[in-house]
Design a protein around this ligand. Sequence first.
Ligand SMILES: [Fe+2]
Length: 449
Amino acid sequence: MTMQHDRRGLPQAAASAAAMQAFDATVEAYMAFERQTGDRLKETLGLDPTMPMALCLKGCFLLLFCKRALVPPAAKALAAAREAANERAVSPREMHHMAALQHWLDGDLQAAAATWDDILIDHPHDLVALRMAQYLHFYLGDAVALRNSVARPLHAWSDAVPGYGYVLGIKAFALEECGDYAAAEREGRAAIERNRADIWAAHAVAHVMEMQDRPEDGIAWVGGLEDAWEGCHNFTYHVHWHRCLFRLELGDHDGVLEDYDTKVRADRSDEFLDVINAIALLWRLEQRGVKVGDRWAELSQACRDLSEDHRMVFGDAHYIMALAAGGDPAAIETALASLQRFAEGHGSEEAVARAVALPLARAAIAHRQGRFGAAIEALLPHRAALHRLGGSRAQRDLFEQLLIDAAVKDGRSGLAKALLSERALQRPGNPWNAAMAKAAQNADSPQPA
Ligand SMILES: [Fe+2]
């Protein structure tokens, strides 16, 4: 094992220049959301089966699936990385990556994110550290940390450094989540100018268009770029999900259902993000009075096993919504009891389950059963903590919409108008807001005898 240098000049233990190049190709595929990312990693490990960073990255990739069954193999990959690091020279940076993965395996997401952020202080060109830190800040619901994490290494980046466009795309999304829409769109477009296939940058700009209620722009934006995403993995479905949100705002319900069947839910996979996309879309459709047929049956079935994994409570909150919509009381009860048991634990996600996922789960179940007062009672005291669930503001808007819908349907017009006023401050031109404000007003008006 010798010390090689990656594309950005960072020293790294690798058996050969060819193995180092294969690792670089893996990182490139990871940054580009490529379907071949796993194959690139296998090629790297084929050339150097004990490369510590490749083994560490394998552990990270396994955890990114958010499946309990993949935690032991992730731990095994980390153990192999540590064993390899004992037998050859590795840099402190590589050791810190292993420490970060250990924190993640231990359930301390904050410590894992902080460790990856620390790596970026001395090694601002470490794209793996940047993406991992971003992922965890995102699911910890900390938009400011998301922005600061990408801001700090920027001093070392320019077009002279390979991968600069990806950093611009990451910056764009972080700015968007902090509400700095103009800068986010500018940076996202700058990333796309450098690489039209940069789906994360495209996604960041789609988020801006969602939050600014520009559905026509959003549909044109996604449609104008989607041919570049043929090599991308299932994240493409999430961007199609965004297009469905734009179509929803325009009242194109048939178009949404068609995209649901042919894109968003075409694979019927049990991948974390795929399932969440589908649940969030069906729920929004039904809340608008759209009949979704038997689509919940397949989805709630997929959520039965997932709902006991508890790898990311943002997922748990959604899975219970699907089970509630599926209508099987035993499945609902099992999932809720499992979440309650999980919430008694000591990790980062367990704390979020206690603070907000459990109240939200109870609210979703009550809403689905038509007990709108109970839904309000369950969720209203905890809504200020909703961001702790993680995910994007556009995704969490589902939970705000659930509460507003419950307020309207429970005849709590004062509460509905208050919540809508608050939402209107963020999204002044939102058509759903206007429709719900009208519904709340109608509830106030005297009914004809
Ligand atoms: Fe998104």
